[in-house]
Design a protein around this ligand. Structure first.
Ligand SMILES: Cc1cc2nc3c(=O)[nH]c(=O)nc-3n(C[C@H](O)[C@H](O)[C@H](O)COP(=O)(O)OP(=O)(O)OC[C@H]3O[C@@H](n4cnc5c(N)ncnc54)[C@H](O)[C@@H]3O)c2cc1C
Length: 441
């Protein structure tokens, strides 16, 4: 602990603004190094965009978060070893031409490159539907084996412009690659940097898509629970930040040695004038329930061909039964792009019509449990994208969050770790293991 009788004028060595994944990840690294930390969170709960609402026994994610077992920070972040991941088994289905086609049957959760191998296996099992799964499996296998630095050395262009040059038949690109990437990047027009898309696709090929058991908010809750009691203060809104203090709406000025702004991109730009404000991809998540599950398997269904507003859908209660009361299915669907901004009644009507086709079951009688629209859900990552934006602005002032890295859970956690390391360096505290890991990452 740095702060002591030496300096009673400070409230904590480091004040972190924002208790999303980035702020909590930074708090962990700092408290582990013996630094006193106060995390200020404006909302009444931790987790930021990883929020889960509870209603009638359902656990309703505001984000319908897809995690990947290959996200390195899920393994490296203290506290997340207790995270239970529920994989999509048998895997991903693509809905195209009025039917669902299986694309992969991963065999084990932990084996790297499983998806790529499974695609090659699937090619032998199914040659119907125009999906050239053998070539897809080979392409993904190659990407899975590529070290991250080789991916990052590739030219960076809008992803949509690079799809034709991937050595895959046009049909496979349109039916599988384009809609998969749109879903993983929350970007239906694929303006995202091709390097980011390659990294995300590489992760897909190396690991398994899954949901966090119990809802998205279990991830931040695990992190918050391991911090020293009193570290996180919810319901505290930061109005201004500088290198030595944070001014709050509720508790006046908190003094410190360093400040880490770990809010979303817009709030960070308000607290730190001059900080770049990215564009955003909007997302709406719809939660329905029905009398019967429309599908009795834990698959993620990707909708190809833009035949409705829904980009992907799942019977979430089949993947993670804890998300619904016994006997009640939870169907969770994600809408991207302009369709996400449609008036709810219109969106729900169009989504039900599409979902009835996707599941091959009438959806008119389903009950809409909740809809969550976030116009600034995911910071855009157009090419050229710098996936390691500086987190140290000045000695004493740092910024982290998905907008400094990649717009994912992995990016948010990693940016928090980078910020904590920068703080420790400036405070003269060595964190050798972290420094080595960051070099290698
Ligand atoms: C709909 C949706 C779908 C997504 N899907 C996926 C996905 O499938 N896979 C994936 O990996 N990622 C996905 N993401 C992205 C992922 O959720 C985010 O990248 C990650 O949660 C961002 O964490 P963060 O800590 O950077 O920011 P946030 O979660 O935004 O945390 C910032 C925190 O700062 C607080 N705050 C803001 N201003 C102040 C202030 N002035 N004072 C105090 N506190 C303040 C906020 O209340 C918030 O709690 C999705 C996001 C959304 C919204």
């Amino acid at each position: 602990m740095l702060s002591s009788a030496r300096d009673t004028a400070i409230d904590a060595d480091v004040v972190i603004v924002g208790a999303g994944l980035a702020g909590l990840s930074a708090a962990h690294r700092l408290t582990a190094a013996g630094v006193t930390v106060a995390v200020l969170e404006a909302a009444p709960h931790v987790g930021g965009r990883m929020a889960t609402d509870r209603a009638d026994g359902f656990r309703l994610d505001r984000t319908a978060q897809l995690l990947n077992t290959s996200f390195p920070e899920l393994l490296r972040t203290p506290g997340l070893d207790a995270l239970v991941l529920k994989p999509f088994t048998p895997g991903v289905l693509v809905h195209a031409d009025g039917r669902n086609q299986r694309t992969a049957e991963p065999r084990t959760a932990k084996r790297a490159f499983t998806t790529a191998r499974a695609l090659a296996t699937a090619a032998r099992a199914s040659r119907a539907g125009g999906l050239d799964q053998a070539r897809l499996g080979t392409a993904l296998g190659r990407l899975a084996a590529l070290p991250a630095h080789r991916v990052l050395a590739r030219p960076d262009r809008p992803t949509a412009e690079t799809l034709a040059g991937r050595g895959l038949p046009a049909r496979t690109v349109e039916v599988f690659l384009r809609p998969l990437l749109a879903s993983l990047l929350c970007d239906p027009d694929l303006t995202t940097s091709s390097r980011c898309a390659d990294l995300v696709l590489r992760g897909y090929a190396r690991g398994r898509l899954c949901l966090p058991a119990g809802g998205a908010d279990t991830v931040p809750a695990l992190l918050a629970d391991l911090l020293p009691p009193g570290t996180v203060r919810t319901g505290v809104h930061a109005k201004a930040a500088c290198t030595t203090s944070v001014t709050t709406a509720e508790h006046g000025v908190l003094r410190c040695r360093s400040v880490v702004v770990a809010t979303g991109a817009r709030a960070a730009a308000e607290l730190i004038p001059g900080l770049r404000l990215p564009g955003f991809h909007p997302v709406t998540v719809l939660h329905h329930t029905a009398d019967e599950p429309p599908l009795r398997e834990a698959s993620l269904i990707i909708a190809a061909g833009r035949h409705g507003p829904v980009a992907h859908t799942m019977v979430a209660s089949e993947v993670d039964p804890s998300r619904a009361p016994a006997g009640r299915p939870l169907i969770t669907s994600t809408v991207l792009g302009a369709a996400a901004g449609l008036p709810l009644a219109e969106l729900d009507r169009a989504a039900r019509a599409q979902l009835a086709r996707v599941y091959g079951a009438p959806a008119a009688g389903w009950r809409l449990l909740a809809a969550h629209h976030d116009p600034e859900a995911v910071p855009a990552m157009p090419a050229p994208h710098d996936g390691r934006r500086p987190v140290r602005l000045l000695s004493g002032l740092y910024v982290c969050g998905d907008h400094r890295d990649t717009s994912t859970v992995q990016g948010a956690l990693f940016s928090g770790r980078r910020a904590a390391l920068a703080v420790l360096r400036d405070l003269g505290i060595r964190a050798p293991q972290d420094a080595e890991e960051l070099q290698a990452a």
